[in-house]
Write a protein that binds this ligand. Structure first.
Ligand code: GLU
Length: 235
């Protein structure tokens, strides 16, 4: 019997332009490229440049030069365009803002007005008692109307993801199998900073969703936040 051909994938290589291109990046990009070519799918290059503190001018160009030197030409990306652009995260700030607004509206996220001083004190307290350093949920309990009023009045705030308190989440990793985590071990992560810019976790998941990414190939340093990412994608 003939084997059925695997469905075409859409994979993205999503480097942050924070320094010289290294071998590990080339390896990840190679897997993306091979899987896309093998299945007749698309290999997408997305530049994740939201972390302006670590941004290195020229790193993006070096990255593209290195990929081309390796023969790994992408089908969609910042320089070649494509139907789901722009492909540079700093050019997508409005898109993230709109998705953060929708998440708040649907109750999957909430504004948090806690000051850095309060959060620091909370963390120290948790450490002293050897408790997990999770957000204590003060602003999670605010009435939505009251929170909206404070946001409207210009009060400084971040946006946090409203992590379910009960149940567990199973993230499926093709290499390691299912990874199950109790939701109460996960934090109400900040997804938008007080300057209104999206953090990586929100930006990357909005992009994977809108760019119709079917498979994510990346380093194991992303395993700890994988369950959070599945929660965001579902929300
Ligand atoms: N921008 C992230 C990095 O360079 C990519 C992580 C991912 O593939 O989602 O590490």
């Amino acid at each position: 019997m003939a084997e059925t051909a695997p469905a075409p994938v859409r994979v993205r290589f999503a480097p942050s332009p924070t320094g010289h291109t290294h071998l590990g990046s080339g390896r990840t990009a190679l897997y993306d490229y091979l899987l896309a070519r093998q299945t007749g799918g698309q290999f997408i290059l997305r530049i994740e440049d939201t972390d302006r503190k670590r941004f290195v001018p020229g790193a993006e160009q070096e990255l593209m030069d290195s990929l081309r030197w390796l023969g790994l030409q992408w089908d969609e990306g910042p320089d070649v365009g494509g139907p789901y652009g722009p492909y540079r995260q700093t050019e997508r700030a409005e898109i993230y803002r709109e998705h953060a607004r929708q998440l708040v509206e649907r109750g999957h996220a909430y504004p948090c007005f806690c000051t850095p001083e309060r959060l620091d004190a909370m963390r120290r307290e948790a450490e002293a008692h050897k408790l997990p350093r999770l957000y204590d949920g003060t602003c999670r309990r605010l009435d939505a109307g009251e929170a909206a009023r404070r946001v409207g009045a210009g009060e400084r705030h971040v946006i946090r993801f409203r992590m379910p308190r009960e149940g567990a989440i199973t993230a499926r990793d093709r290499v390691r199998g299912p990874i199950t985590v109790e939701n109460r071990q996960l934090d109400d992560y900040v997804i938008v900073k007080s300057d209104g810019l999206a953090l990586y976790h929100l930006a990357a998941m909005v992009d994977d969703h809108l760019m119709k990414i079917t498979h994510v190939i990346r380093g194991s340093e992303w395993l700890p936040t994988f369950p959070l990412h599945v929660h965001i994608i579902r929300a």
